[in-house]
Design a protein around this ligand. Structure first.
Ligand code: SF4
Length: 360
């Protein structure tokens, strides 16, 4: 079995998990125009954008020698729950002899979840498998926290590209040297210092800083190559950024059983209830809850990323004007698909940032 998986943000978690568990794998390449074109060519026209990009990614991984795709499921009207079946049918009809291992929320079907773990853990004992997964999860937490630091400090970088170069080294360091919880602690401290030493201009006083929260559909929020590298673009305009989704948070919600979680996302769902009486799939409750949470934390505005063809985020977009006026919170929704014109969206982003500065 040679596995591959979606390319979703920083890849350190997946790589370390595969290395430690001893699985043969193909690292998927970051999506490019070619990936998107491939996905679009073989997808139904009205499939949501992540479906198309993932199909293109899988084709590239299978061409590189993978034969099994590891992926996550989904529930409710969100189409992610059907992705794997449709992807499998399409890929097989194209002649690829592919299998899928789909990890769904552990609470939905514990038996299936553990059967899937059994398939990938190979000869490792359950104890070893849990230990490896927990180590990979702690690596994801550390890298995600360091990425948060980048998304704030990069707004003030002196030499363009210096934070990207530093963060690339951070990821390589974790990839090469993080093999135990002790290593992770040491590497986190060391790399935090590295990032804090990247030269920046003086950080302005709080009342002059522009802070923006990015919310939206999980794939387009986490994968910079399909979201126009939005966090970096906002940083270039001098704004501090926080994104609402990271791989470690997805693991918190979907994999770690509730009793072991330090913080559940329940407060986000509670916050969203004023606007949404029922959960409609995807992360729309969390997105609405996060918009309100960002406001409570004093953020100046929200960029909401919505893939074309996404039902849950279409609903969030419809509710955005009400959330915005109730909370005095500017919200910019950007719809992303294979036709997305970067120049057009960048003009909208610049205008939005001008508005936020003017508000200050
Ligand atoms: S959240 Fe939206 S874009 Fe993502 S899988 Fe569900 S329907 Fe598609």
């Amino acid at each position: 079995m040679k596995v591959s998986f979606p390319h979703m943000g920083t890849q350190v978690f997946y790589k370390k998990l595969m290395d430690m568990i001893g699985l043969d794998y193909i690292m998927p390449p970051a999506p490019t125009k070619k990936t998107i074109d491939l996905g679009v060519k073989y997808s139904p026209e009205f499939a949501c954008f992540p479906y198309k990009v993932l199909l293109g990614t899988y084709i590239e991984a299978l061409e590189a020698g993978a034969d099994t795709i590891l992926t996550s499921g989904g529930s409710g009207p969100c189409r992610a729950g059907l992705y794997a079946e449709l992807h499998k049918k399409t890929l097989r009809s194209l002649g690829y002899n592919v299998d899928f291992i789909v990890f769904d929320d552990i609470g939905r079907d514990p038996k299936m979840f553990f059967d899937n773990v059994r398939k990938i853990k190979g000869n490792k004992s359950w104890f070893e498998a849990v230990k490896i997964f927990y180590t990979a999860y702690r690596i994801a937490k550390a890298v995600d926290n360091l990425q948060r630091v980048v998304q704030i400090r990069r707004a003030y970088e002196i030499t363009p590209g210096s934070f990207d170069a530093a963060f690339k080294d951070v990821m390589q360091d974790f990839s090469d040297n993080a093999n135990s919880l002790k290593d992770i602690k040491k590497l986190y401290k060391k790399n935090l210092k590295v990032l804090e030493n990247v030269p920046i201009t003086k950080i302005p006083p709080k009342n002059e800083r522009v802070r923006i929260g990015i919310v939206g559909e999980i794939y387009v929020v986490m994968e910079p190559s399909v979201n126009m590298n939005i966090a970096e673009e906002l940083n270039k305009l001098g704004c501090e950024v926080s994104t609402s989704m990271y791989i470690s948070e997805w693991i918190d919600h979907a994999v770690i059983p509730k009793i072991f979680r330090k913080k559940s996302g329940k407060y986000l769902v509670d916050d969203s209830k004023k606007y949404l009486e029922m959960q409609i799939g995807g992360h729309e409750c969390h997105n609405i809850g996060n918009m309100i949470e960002y406001k409570k934390q004093g953020y100046d505005g929200i960029v909401h990323l919505m893939p074309f063809g996404c039902l849950p985020e279409l609903v969030t977009q419809t509710l955005a004007p009400k959330i915005s006026s109730d909370n005095n919170l500017p919200i910019l929704t950007l719809s992303l698909d294979e036709q997305t014109g970067i120049a057009n969206n960048l003009t909208r982003i610049e205008a939005f940032v001008d508005l936020l500065r003017k508000n200050k």
